[in-house]
Design a protein around this ligand. Sequence first.
Ligand SMILES: *Cc1c(COP(=O)(O)O)cnc(C)c1O
Ligand SMILES: *[C@@H]1O[C@H](CO)[C@@H](O)[C@H](O)[C@H]1NC(C)=O
Length: 725
Amino acid sequence: MGLLNAGWLALRAVRCCLSPFPTSRSWLSTRASLLGHKNLLLMGPPGAGKTTVGRIVAHRLGLPVIDIDDDVLEKTWKMPVAAKLAAVGGERFLEEEGDALCNFAASGCVVSLTGSNPLHTAAMQHVKDSGLVVYLDVGCEDIVQRLARMKVNRIVGQEAGLSMRDILGYRKQFYERWLDVRVLCGTGDTMEEVAEKVVKAVERYQNRDAETYVSTRTDQGSSNQKTYFSDVVIEGLATDGGLYVPKNGFPKLDAREWLRLADMSYPERALVLLEKCVHPLDVSPVDLRTMIFNAYVTSNFSSEAVAPVKHLTGNQYVQELFHGPTASFKDLALQLMPQLFAYCLPQMCNYLILVATSGDTGSAVLSGFSRLSGSDRHRTGVLVFFPEEGVSEIQKLQMTSYREGNARAVSVRSDFDFCQRSNKRMFGESGLSGHLAVEYGTVLSTANSINWARLLPQVVYHSSAYLDLCRDGVIKFGQPIDVCIPTGNFGNAMSAVYAKQMGIPIRKVICASNHNRIVTDFITTGECDLRGRPLMLSHSPAIDILKSSNLERFIHHVSDGDSRLVRELFARLDAQQHFQVPGPLVGRIQREVLAGWCSEDDCLAAIQSVRTQTGYVMDTHTAVAKVVADRLQDGSCPVVLCATAHYGKFAPAVFEALDIRNIPEDPVEQLKTLASAASGPETHRGMMRCLEESGRRGHTVCQAEYSVLVEEVENMIQDSFLKVM
Ligand SMILES: *Cc1c(COP(=O)(O)O)cnc(C)c1O
Ligand SMILES: *[C@@H]1O[C@H](CO)[C@@H](O)[C@H](O)[C@H]1NC(C)=O
């Protein structure tokens, strides 16, 4: 443990000295000194308002303003910019414009760049070094209208046959390569409003300390220790046993900003929202963009929409969260989380993540980490232990398709508890962690569901579901919806509560349990009671859970951050296996969430009846949500059911539900049979490929001995990571 702690401390020190903009307090004292000698550089497409906004911002901050078009280019060329473009053509224009910018020097000014400056790499690098690049992100429709009004009919790079929309779309990637902060402009925002947003964005940039994190169990005032995003991602659990939450809650978007997002793709929505939630000095928007596009574009979700919403019946919609590589909603978080994790790690250590699983987490974690590349891949690995007899055939095949490199699964001839206990024991043994640190420079870590980097990406798809309904004309922005979620650890549900905090008009979060109904009982009574409640088998194993860890974040939320209460309740849960929250809080809980549970028979019956009515086949978890939504939702607004897994993942129960008798032996054939019984959704491409490839390979099976598992850990480290010299 000693070495581990030394690692954390070193990490904090490294983070501090790496911070590119030390946020010294004196910068914040007045607006005029907001930037010191730095420039504030406004960047964006033609018609974004850079010149006008630049003047207003400069006036407010009492700074000089420079317009590159008027003050630099026209003076250099001694002719209007449009005339120059007409005279020399686009390519030559960009070169000369870039050369002029390379010779430009100023400090402490507001600088309005030209729309095409960001296309010139050397010039842009030069100006970026002089200050903060603020991207005025204005919607394409607005730009097209403004340019028409300004009678601009040609911009740089516009060749015959290309529409203005095409060019603006193409340009966006350049703006997103250079920005330090984005200002999301809503349709109809005035120049004054945009200028105010610019000032706020700069203030935010310089006040990283306003976006720290606290443990649900720590009194806000009691600690001077600052915990940043990177600390939270690496540590997972707070040292006092609590869960991390943002100290100052979530940022809120207004209706005009949300409407901008309605026109965007899923990755674009994710980028804008996560930029708002993660401080740009913790993860720069440019790096965040790379990670998000890796997670949701390159990873090849089987739907390009990533998390599409489909109409089911009446006022019910399903959001399909199973198009990721391993076919459960966990991919939405776990395609991104490993990249954030690797990004936040200190450079001097290797990290091996240990996971014990009996379900969907295993394959999702393996897939996410196996997609790391370059040095991240050599420094960051994952080893999954699962019970040889304790997972479904398909889950096993999905996991064992990862057997080498930095992501591996091995099974154990024992149960889930043994795997879990062994992992915990490895973390607890200072001898082992010391040995691994000294011999291999490797630290053991976890990636469990309480990690902030797993919760945060989920806020995006709840927002996205609402935006899809707006885009498709089902609702107008502002009208409420309900969401219904099959709940285990309450992570998915908690992220819906957070989406609501950001301004998505979710009326009720409806939690659905199976017959292991701890969460439902808690929400309906305020009592959490684990006494004499053995876990019962079910058709929806991913929500078979007794201790629902994210409930702690929810109680913290509804009690307005009463950390003493949270501390007391969870100490009581540990000692006495139960707690009861105070009466008034129960009312507060029920204003936000409803809950119900579904029997095993009702679950299978729902799969059958939905298939009969609509042709659509749901997995067992989605069916649990369907049953509970039917019972609790009043029909006065749309309800979105979270479809958390593809039906193929839980094939045996779905065969039973659909009363299909001749079940093929081969898992690939099973999926084909199910697909032929469904009008939708289609077979899952990624799952199919994985089964086809892994079907006939063996995998490592360990004896149920602690020392054997430790040996696996060491083997993996030796094979994967560079030894410390
Ligand atoms: C993990 C999982 C759940 C439960 O999600 P929580 O965030 O723990 O509530 C539900 N359905 C499926 C298919 C899962 O894999
Ligand atoms: C992505 O999906 C397409 C279409 O199914 C497939 O041809 C391609 O090989 C996939 N790419 C990766 C990287 O898996």
